[in-house]
Design a protein around this ligand. Structure first.
Ligand code: ITT
Length: 192
């Protein structure tokens, strides 16, 4: 089994990815006992994904991928976007972020949004990025306890429930991260 490091400290992401990417021995940063935070100082999702993956590659010299994801809301000109994790300030807090988003969209009828992920994959000879998107709308109140982050506010197109309410399998089948991971998976398959 090939080993691949997933450069994240977000255990929810690790759980999701391990469920759809069973063939590879994916190791999270916690599993390789890497505890340090990696500063996300870039201005774009691609920049931050490359920054996280490159940082860990330089330490371990083994194939690694990282994702940077964000919620892009049409009525807010794409915010919170690359600043999604700390939308309501430091330290990052999902409940406060959701409350701020609801307040920013009060009385707003255009509730269109998308989650976007960029995955950066780094090996000795390769540096590749894969993008994934899921479109939807922002609910008018917090709904459901599933998932993480903005999931209780995000209703994917084609559904009436939020990712927080829908079965986990639905998110795994259509999410931004799953879409980007499917592209990485296709790339890895093409090498074997
Ligand atoms: P790592 O950088 O360690 O991977 P993180 O939680 O900081 O973990 P990101 O910077 O990629 O992850 O994500 C920014 C924020 O976007 C994240 O904190 C959530 O609030 C939100 N987010 C990302 N993916 C999400 C998802 O699948 N569902 C709900 N919210 C998500």
């Amino acid at each position: 089994m090939k080993e691949l490091i997933f450069a994240t400290h977000n255990q929810n992401k690790v759980d999701e990815i391990k469920m759809i990417f069973k063939e590879y021995g994916i190791k999270s940063l916690a599993e390789i006992d890497y505890r340090e935070e990696i500063d996300e100082t870039a201005q774009t999702l691609e920049g931050n994904a490359l920054l996280k993956a490159n940082y860990i590659f330089e330490v371990y010299k083994t194939p690694v991928f990282a994702d940077d994801s964000g919620l892009e809301v049409e009525a807010l000109d794409g915010a919170p976007g690359v600043y999604s994790a700390r939308y309501a300030g430091e330290p990052k807090n999902h409940e406060k972020n959701n409350a701020k988003l609801l307040s920013a969209l009060q009385n707003e009828t255009n509730r269109k949004a998308q989650f976007r992920t960029v995955i950066a994959y780094i090996t000795k000879n390769t540096q590749l990025c894969f993008e994934g998107v899921v479109t939807g709308t922002i609910a008018t109140e917090i709904r459901g306890k599933g998932g993480f982050g903005y999931d209780p506010l995000f209703i994917p197109d084609g559904y009436t429930k939020t990712f927080g309410e829908l079965p986990r399998e639905v998110k795994l089948a259509c999410s931004h991260r799953s879409n980007a991971m499917a592209k990485l998976y296709t790339h890895l398959k093409s090498l074997t």
